[in-house]
Design a binder for this molecule. Structure first.
Ligand SMILES: Cc1cc2nc3c(=O)[nH]c(=O)nc-3n(C[C@H](O)[C@H](O)[C@H](O)COP(=O)(O)OP(=O)(O)OC[C@H]3O[C@@H](n4cnc5c(N)ncnc54)[C@H](O)[C@@H]3O)c2cc1C
Length: 599
């Protein structure tokens, strides 16, 4: 498969906070190769032709196995094996292709979730941690859809705190099998899967992972959960009552289940951002069309400023997440395709996933919050009809909500973003501490007269630089005060995580707009408007979050000084974001769709 067409320099995960990346080093959707576009197109057509006609039946969920058959259909045309190397029957897609595949499969939320349960978190553990025998036995059939899979980590009493699992595994007296007892909860594809990746504690202590096949005596799947959304997907509990599974079905090493679990979630989180982009684009498209059809007060809805601002902001939010996710996909792919000597591509891919765990959590949190915003505004544009089940925005609204809950809740992921960053800062992997010290010297030296950025989007360039300084100012103050007790200050950690995400969004949108403008000039003006609007608003958010964190951390003269420095860093020239959003809305309305795709 094609690898990115940009000169990606290899960046450390999280280093965007202190380094600057050139526009040409940032992968954007315009850099997709023809092959990659074709993969997206195939996925989109599949959803349109093979899934959409069955949505009413899937939503009614009378036939609990119907979604399983849909997945098998996807397997017949190669849409399930993207994450599986070719030698095991998959297509070994590069990260960018896998990203566009996920995005384009998201036209129907229930299908996207089921696909992710199988081809993502149900597959990754075997690809990265399986023995040769396990890979040969399961992967070709998982790639074709002959076997459907799922990932069983959560338990009734252990969701976010997944290591508090009570499911136990003990070796049988003859040493030939593991005997599993316990219960899993919320398992996507649970009702029809054939292969279950199950986490259990050996002797109640060593957290480990196992492959369990449907049909194993003592194994059973419970009734379908009655969910708020994604009603077409299967979600069930799983029970083990003295279920004997072959000894060789232990996945990875005893006591190393957490490595399997968390690395798998990293992969899942990244893809979740891509699925969210696809779902949000569909809602924007429907909202744009409706706003032109529906009349009120002698005009169409699309003529009203308060509707335009919604359409504009929906597109801007999608643009920001799309820019971040494809940039990360490009970085991941560039790193995967440059394996260190003596390391297999699979091992390299696992290390790279760990390297970009911060970017994966950003993809998950910002993608899920973006799609929730978009579906909410979609319902509002549809008015009363948006509240009616006959209109697809009502379903999208319900379907979207779970994204903030699974694959690690957004609270857990916000904490992870900062924890991982601090770990890298302490180890020196990402030199945040020297950068913070340099900034402290700069602050002591007073306002500098260094040259301000010039050229196209110079104001946004300056905002980005200043936002990075604000992060260092706030994070440096917080770390100095709380040190190893920082994790207990969750609200402050959350504020720092929000700054991190906004900085990534600011840089990703800015670089993409600059790169596109350099190529296309004025025809990229709507994208430039989108980036300027996003960066302006992001700068306000960054300032607010930093102020909140500083006030909760410092006091007296120190606080007064820091707030003064913050005000200096946060200064940015006024921009008429109403006009920018209107122009972006006009671009949406002109095409009745998200206007920046592939550009
Ligand atoms: C439709 C659906 C499909 C799912 N599919 C799967 C699947 O295929 N496989 C699987 O293993 N699991 C699956 N899950 C489970 C999902 O991963 C969990 O629901 C999720 O991890 C949250 O766990 P919980 O529900 O126990 O909530 P809790 O962990 O009880 O959390 C409740 C609230 O408290 C917050 N919270 C918890 N701990 C902390 C903390 N330390 N600090 C701050 N806030 C905290 C959470 O963020 C959340 O807001 C699915 C869930 C749903 C709803």
């Amino acid at each position: 498969m094609a690898s990115p067409t940009v000169s990606q320099s290899l960046n450390r995960g999280g280093s965007f906070l202190i380094n600057s990346t050139a526009p040409e080093d940032v992968f954007t959707p315009a850099d997709l190769s023809d092959d990659q576009r074709l993969i997206g197109q195939t996925a989109e057509e599949f959803v349109q032709k093979d899934i959409t006609p069955f949505i009413p039946e899937l939503e009614a969920h009378k036939d609990e196995k119907l979604m399983g058959r849909m997945l098998k259909k996807a397997g017949e045309i190669g849409l399930l094996g993207g994450g599986i190397p070719e030698e095991y029957g998959g297509s070994g897609l590069d990260k960018v292709s896998a990203t566009i595949l996920a995005e384009k499969l998201a036209g129907y939320g229930s299908f996207a979730v089921s696909h992710g349960g199988h081809a993502g978190i149900g597959t990754v553990p075997i690809v990265y941690f399986g023995t040769e025998e396990q890979k040969k036995k399961y992967l070709p059939k998982i790639a074709s859809g002959e076997l459907l899979s799922c990932y069983c980590l959560s338990e009734p009493q252990a969701g976010s705190d997944s290591l508090a699992a009570l499911t136990r595994a003990v070796l049988s007296p003859d040493g030939k099998s593991w005997i599993l007892n316990g219960q899993k909860m919320w398992i996507t594809n649970g009702g029809f899967a054939d292969v279950y990746v199950v986490f259990a504690k050996i002797d109640g202590e060593k957290f480990s992972s196992f492959i369990v096949e449907r049909g194993t005596p003592g194994f059973s799947a419970g009734a379908e959960e009655k969910k708020m959304g994604i009603k077409g997907s299967s979600t069930t509990p799983i029970f083990f009552e003295n279920a004997h599974i072959p000894k060789e079905n232990l996945l990875h090493e005893p006591g190393r289940g957490h490595v399997v679990a968390f690395n798998t979630l990293n992969a899942g989180r990244f893809s979740l951002g891509a699925y969210c982009i696809g779902g949000a684009k569909k809602v924007l498209e429907a909202s744009s069309k409706y706003s032109k059809e529906r009349k009120a007060f002698g005009k169409t809805l699309s003529d009203f400023g308060l509707i335009k601002t919604k359409l504009g902001e929906m597109a801007i939010q999608i643009f920001a997440i799309e820019s971040m996710v494809y940039r990360s996909a490009g970085m991941i792919e560039a790193a995967v395709s440059n394996p260190a000597p003596g390391i297999s591509k699979t091992q390299q891919a696992m290390q790279v996933l760990e390297e970009y765990a911060i970017e994966s959590s950003i993809s998950k949190v910002s993608g899920s919050e973006m799609v929730d915003y978009v579906v909410d505004e979609g319902v509002q544009i549809f008015g009363g009809y948006g509240f009616h089940e006959d209109y697809p925005v009502a379903r999208a609204y319900r379907d979207s909500r779970v994204n903030r809950i699974f694959e690690g809740t957004n609270e857990i992921n916000r904490m992870l973003i900062v924890q991982m960053l601090m770990k890298r800062a302490m180890s020196g992997a990402v030199p945040i501490i020297p950068a913070a010290m340099k900034l402290a010297d700069e602050v002591l030296a007073g306002p500098s007269f260094e040259e301000a950025p010039t050229g196209h989007m110079a104001e946004q360039e300056k905002s980005l630089e200043q936002a990075k300084k604000i992060f260092l100012l706030a994070a440096g103050t917080v770390v100095q005060k709380f040190r190893d007790k920082m994790a207990e200050e969750q609200e402050i950690v959350g504020a720092l995580a929000n700054i991190v995400m906004d900085v990534y969004g600011m840089e990703s949108t800015l670089r993409r707009a600059q790169k596109t403008y350099a190529k296309r000039g004025e025809s990229a003006s709507a994208m430039v408007d989108a980036a300027r609007s996003y960066i302006y608003d992001a700068m306000d958010r960054v300032e607010k979050e930093a102020r909140t964190a500083l006030i909760a951390t410092a006091d007296g003269d120190t606080l007064a000084t820091q707030l003064a420095v913050l005000r200096r860093f946060a200064k940015h020239a006024p921009i008429d974001t109403i006009a920018l959003r209107r122009r972006v809305a006009d671009a949406v309305l002109a095409q009745d769709r998200y206007p920046f795709e592939g550009r």
